[in-house]
Design a protein around this ligand. Structure first.
Ligand code: NAP
Length: 267
């Protein structure tokens, strides 16, 4: 078993990283940053996003495991005091592989067409203020958006930026994408649907901005600045991310713990 490890870089995550390497060496696991079977992230969801983007070209063959060090840790299901158990299971047990949908974003400009994969979401904002962009669903005009921006999220990204915008939380076994608005302008002159929209896997949406408008394009935690964008095609990717589960994990427990708390209040 070859593994790669990324940590958040803070003292606790670095210390846990060192511990992991020693425990793994004792169990005969081999560190390999180039072509690992398993990618571990120690930190939070932000660290797992970085790990995903570092290994996205190998996403069809690697599996991911997250250890969280105190933050939200939606993708990280192991606690800091469970490293020895985790290493033992990695060395001895075949994990259950759980696959989550990813987003594919194709950005078409005058000179190029570039494809990106996102684990959480794709975000579009204007550099200069109000974003004006047409939204087409399955090649039919749907609405003309005016406002602060648009977030297209994956099911597992639905608990991230999307949730802060009032979007629905979607179970990652549902293959689809969600379009959420950031502060759309709605009045007698300008009108958008105003609620988030969930598309199934066989649908796609295109965002058509003014090519003269400079844009901020967010792919998870990464932000690029672009001009000359003619259209952005968003769909559920063919590829999926694989998580190695060495013990049961319940998505809805994670949602409750992260957003409601684990109090025992009864109705
Ligand atoms: P960050 O601004 O340092 O952290 C954003 C927060 O979002 C962290 O608490 C992070 O958890 C959490 N998070 C990330 N992915 C999540 C998910 N799938 N479900 C629930 N929470 C999640 O940025 P970052 O650490 O580089 O993460 C980038 C992500 O931040 C983006 O993909 C976006 O989803 C989110 N974001 C949210 C808002 C908002 O809610 N207004 C605005 C911008 C970006 P950890 O603490 O465990 O890392």
């Amino acid at each position: 078993m070859k593994y790669a490890l990324l940590d958040r870089g803070d003292p606790l995550s670095r210390e846990l990283s060192e511990q992991f390497h020693s425990l793994a060496a004792a169990k005969g696991l081999t560190p390999d940053d180039t072509s690992p079977d398993l990618v571990l992230s120690i930190g939070g969801d932000g660290t797992l996003l970085q790990a995903f983007h570092r290994y996205r070209d190998q996403v069809k063959r690697v599996a991911f495991v997250g250890v969280h060090t105190g933050h939200l840790g939606f993708y990280a299901d192991w606690q800091k005091n469970e490293l020895a158990e985790l290493v033992e299971l990695i060395a001895t047990k075949e994990p259950r592989e759980v696959k989550y949908p990813l987003l594919q974003i194709e950005i078409i400009s005058d000179t190029s067409a570039t494809s990106y994969l996102a684990l959480n979401e794709f975000t579009l904002k204007s550099v200069d203020g109000t974003l004006v962009a047409g939204i087409n669903i399955n090649d039919e005009p749907f609405e003309m958006f005016r406002g602060d921006g648009i977030v297209i999220s994956s099911p597992s990204g639905s608990t991230g930026y999307n949730k802060s915008l009032g979007g629905a939380v979607i179970h990652p076994s549902i293959e689809g994408l969600q379009i959420a608005e950031i502060a759309s302008i709605n009045n007698r002159v300008y009108r958008t649907l105003g609620s988030s929209v969930i598309l199934p896997k066989h649908h796609h949406c295109d965002i058509v901005p003014d090519p003269e408008e400079p844009l901020f394009v967010g792919i998870d935690h990464l932000v690029l600045q672009m001009t000359g964008v003619r259209s952005i095609i968003c769909r559920v990717a063919q590829e999926k991310i694989t998580f190695a589960r060495y013990r049961p994990y319940t998505f809805w427990n994670r949602v409750r713990e992260a957003f409601i708390g684990s109090g025992t209040d009864k109705v």
